[in-house]
Design a protein around this ligand. Structure first.
Ligand SMILES: [Zn+2]
Length: 478
């Protein structure tokens, strides 16, 4: 296998593709546009899932599961939804050797089939709210695909809730964008900007879409999780009605929210460097890798080192640290490169001389050089280093974003800024003006951030009055 990556600044896109395959995160599948997630990538996903699942449950949600096949007619019931998703639908027309009476779509998202069932489950205000989530795969027939960022089949979670009032549903929608931002910060070490999408970027069928946006190390934006207030749109399409406290019939207000394996792309591109991945410790499949060092012909030293290494690994296990012993028949240098490429936060090396001196050598993926530390108390020390690693990684990403974001006031400065990062600008909010900006610069409105500078007098491109209370972030995006 080829080892070594092209430098990020030379070809970020090639760097990204190479790292996905060389770090054993994923592989190409025989079906164009879909990918195989390999054990190292899947372990990362499992850690993401576990953290989010805990957060969903702590906010009162339960998991359930819906089938992946959805009657085509369901999509026709919500006009904007069908317009939005038709071009991406994969449809089953034949099964059991016969043509089906009604074709079945493979879910691109499940609002429709869930709406159908919610109409059966909701009769009275006493049945509300429904706070459900499912972990599943979806299929969207994308033309241009890239591993984790855009694939025809991907893994995600989709939350679907139904509420008695608009206020409750809006509170849920905003709560979930907070949950995503908190996950990004506390687990992925990614500073995310929370905000609302402009009308042109809304989910098909939603009244409001909220997003978390993160800056990648090529300064492009990546939408990393979205939460939608659907109003009564799906309740009307699927007849989700209930008798309210006054015994009047009313439509439920629904929400949906999702985060996908795309977040793995965000982790790769928000943190990685020329040597490879840098994984946030709370999500890394291995937080510590131990490389035992000995000469293969010295069996006595080998036994001593391996004995000490497995005792140490036991201690890490007991302390709740994910640890891996790399005792493969490869040179230490080869292993160091491999674990740097795979982004393991801390590497610990232990040889016979270290053992005799009661010390170990540790290397931190965020720092150059190595450090010799006493073996006694090394597990506690590394626990502290992992906590520090998370903070340093977050601070590094935040500093990068701040350095590459600027408020700009005129169109020439705007055009320069979106070549170097994110631009905060006053915008009129008109779709035609958004389209003209995209045509000129390839930048799109990422969101109207919840917190940020207030809008000023005129739109950066057309001079018309601002469409929003605050300035809009424009950037090139994945
Ligand atoms: Zn404008």
């Amino acid at each position: 296998m080829k080892r070594g990556l092209p430098p990020q600044h030379q070809d970020f896109s090639a760097w990204y593709n190479d790292i996905v395959y060389q770090a054993d995160l994923a592989d190409l599948s025989p079906v164009r546009g879909s990918m195989v997630i390999r054990p190292y990538g899947y372990a990362l996903w499992e850690n993401i899932q576990a953290a989010l699942d805990k957060m969903f449950k702590a906010t009162g949600h339960q998991n359930l599961y819906f089938p992946m096949l959805i009657p085509m007619s369901f999509f026709e019931r919500e006009k904007k939804h069908v317009e939005g998703f038709s071009p991406e639908l994969a449809v089953v027309t034949h099964a059991g050797g016969k043509e089906l009476e009604e074709p079945l779509a493979i879910r691109p998202t499940s609002e429709t089939i869930i709406g159908e069932m919610y109409s059966k489950w909701v009769q009275s205000y006493r049945d509300l709210p429904l706070l459900y989530n499912q972990w599943c795969n979806v299929v969207r027939w994308e033309l241009r695909t890239r591993p984790f960022l855009r694939t025809t089949e991907f893994l995600w979670q989709e939350g679907h809730t139904a509420h008695a009032t608009a206020e409750e549903a809006m509170a849920e929608t905003l709560q979930m964008v907070d949950v995503y931002a908190e996950f990004a910060e506390r687990y992925a070490a990614i500073p995310a900007v929370k905000g609302e999408k402009t009308a042109g970027e809304r989910f098909a069928g939603a009244l409001r879409t909220y997003t978390i946006e993160a800056m990648m190390r090529d300064t492009k934006a990546l939408q990393s999780g979205t939460s939608h207030y659907l109003g009564e749109n799906f309740a009307r399409a699927f007849n989700i009605t209930f008798n309210d406290v006054n015994n009047q019939q009313a439509y439920a207000h629904t929400t949906s929210w999702g985060l996908s394996t795309r977040i793995i792309g965000a982790i790769i591109m928000a943190h990685g460097d020329d040597k490879g991945l840098i994984l946030p410790p709370k999500l890394a499949p291995y937080q510590v890798v131990i490389v035992p060092i000995y000469r293969r012909d010295d069996t006595e030293a080998q036994q001593r080192v391996l004995g000490a290494v497995s005792a140490l690994a036991e201690e890490f296990h007991s302390a709740g640290v994910r640890v891996k012993i790399d005792n493969r028949d490869q040179s230490p240098g080869w292993k160091f490169n491999e674990w740097e490429l795979k982004g393991v936060p801390i590497r610990l090396e232990l040889g016979p001389k270290d053992l005799a001196a009661g010390q170990a050598v540790i290397a931190n993926r965020l720092q150059a050089g190595k450090e010799t530390v006493p073996l006694a108390g090394v597990v506690t020390l590394i626990g502290q280093r992992l906590t520090q690693f998370h903070h340093d990684l977050y601070a590094r990403a935040l500093a990068f974003r701040e350095t590459h974001s600027a408020v700009v006031k005129d169109y020439p400065s705007f055009q320069r800024q979106v070549e170097m990062g994110w631009a905060y600008v006053t915008h009129c909010g008109e779709p035609a003006c958004e389209a003209a900006i995209q045509e000129d610069t390839k930048a799109t409105p990422r969101c109207i951030p919840f917190e940020g500078p207030a809008a000023e007098s005129g739109c950066v491109r057309c001079g018309k009055v601002s469409g929003y209370p605050r300035q809009v972030i424009f950037a090139k995006a994945y």
